[in-house]
Design a protein around this ligand. Structure first.
Ligand code: ATP
Length: 216
């Protein structure tokens, strides 16, 4: 599903990623843990095509990301990659349903087909009665579930989650963890999760420990 080879990244003089090699299998739920500043988010952004490495190669499915220009990368990201962040970044002026639909519409898919997909995802995530609510009329856990539905709308090959439970209480965090496993069971969905949450890390198939810009 994803192969990264010798990923290196500099921010000016700062050598942040020092040669990361990584393989993620389809349907795998892997966590990345490690001290603050060890390069976890930087790595996730590079693997998720939000940023480019200075050295090394990322391959998602059959696509070698390094050779895409900005426009191709944005199109690839929209179709093949899903993101869940600590802060959900839902658009406040749109309903839950519209927030989930937007990446589908942007990908040029049929309006009705996207809406039907979004409705069934929201129902599956226990939000069937909340579809017309705007984000400020949803709880934190509900907002995060809408963000998960949005990440899934284009059936991405892989979902990257950066501290997805960082902003949730422990009950909601546990529920979100459970959801990742349900989605894996239903869609054979692949997840790569950066987390400080020990419980989530322990539940995943594999824990990758990062230290000082490397997987140790
Ligand atoms: N845009 C940037 N410009 C300059 N330095 C950056 C930038 N982004 C990150 N860094 C630096 O790169 C290093 C790694 O940051 P990164 O966010 O990847 O760490 P992290 O392991 O995710 O940390 P945390 O657990 O605190 O989120 C840090 O020293 C950080 O200050």
């Amino acid at each position: 599903m994803l192969i990264a080879t010798n990923i290196q990244k500099y921010y000016g003089q700062l050598w942040v990623l020092k040669g990361v090699d990584l393989e993620i299998k389809q349907g795998e739920i892997a966590s990345i843990v490690g001290p603050s500043g060890s390069g976890k988010s930087t790595l996730l952004h590079i693997l998720g095509t939000l940023d480019k490495p200075d050295k090394g190669e990322v391959k998602v499915g059959n696509q070698r990301i390094n050779f895409l220009n900005e426009k191709q990368m944005a199109a690839f990201r929209n179709r093949h990659v899903g993101f869940v962040f600590q802060f959900h970044h839902l658009l406040p002026e749109f309903t839950a349903l519209e927030n989930v639909c937007i990446p589908g519409w942007m990908a040029g898919r049929r309006k009705k087909e996207v809406e039907d997909n979004a409705l069934s995802l929201l129902q599956m995530l226990g939000l069937g009665k909340r579809t017309d609510n705007k984000p400020n009329a949803l709880s934190g856990g509900e907002q995060q579930r809408v963000a998960v539905a949005r990440a899934l709308i284009n059936r991405p090959a892989i979902i990257f989650a950066d501290e997805p439970t960082g902003n949730l209480d422990s009950a909601n965090a546990r529920e979100l963890h459970q959801l990742f496993f349900t989605l894996r069971q239903q869609f054979n969905q692949t997840f790569l999760i950066v987390t400080h949450n020990e419980e989530l890390a322990q539940m995943s198939d594999r824990i990758l420990h990062m230290k000082d810009g490397k997987i140790v």
